[in-house]
Ligand binder design. Sequence first.
Ligand code: MN
Length: 131
Amino acid sequence: MSVKKKILIIEDNEQNMYMITYLLESNHYEVIQSFNGMDGINKAIKELPDAILLDIQLPEMDGYIITKELRKIHLLKEIPIITVTSYAMLGDKEKSIEAGADGYIEKPIDPDIFISQMEEFITKKNQNRRK
Ligand code: MN
């Protein structure tokens, strides 16, 4: 791998943040952490990550609002956004896509398939962009 891909994680739960960071770093990704929406949006603008992993349930701004805000920013229009939704919350997936996300990964995260799930969305997004 030539250049490390940079992933911004916006997640308020320390344990999930720890696990997602661990999985990404052990797969040669660079990780930027953010624990709330406002900070996450600022970091997205500053760092221009290759993808954003976004928790839906966050204090103050939820993941849908954050997705919509990110999509309003010209520089971030094409960045893959993958939401992390809770399995129990019906409608989260549809609402994520409506808000402008490219895909969703259900919690609890399965460490064995997490990276491939994420990469699939990033690849799909990049292919669509080239059409
Ligand atoms: Mn949360």
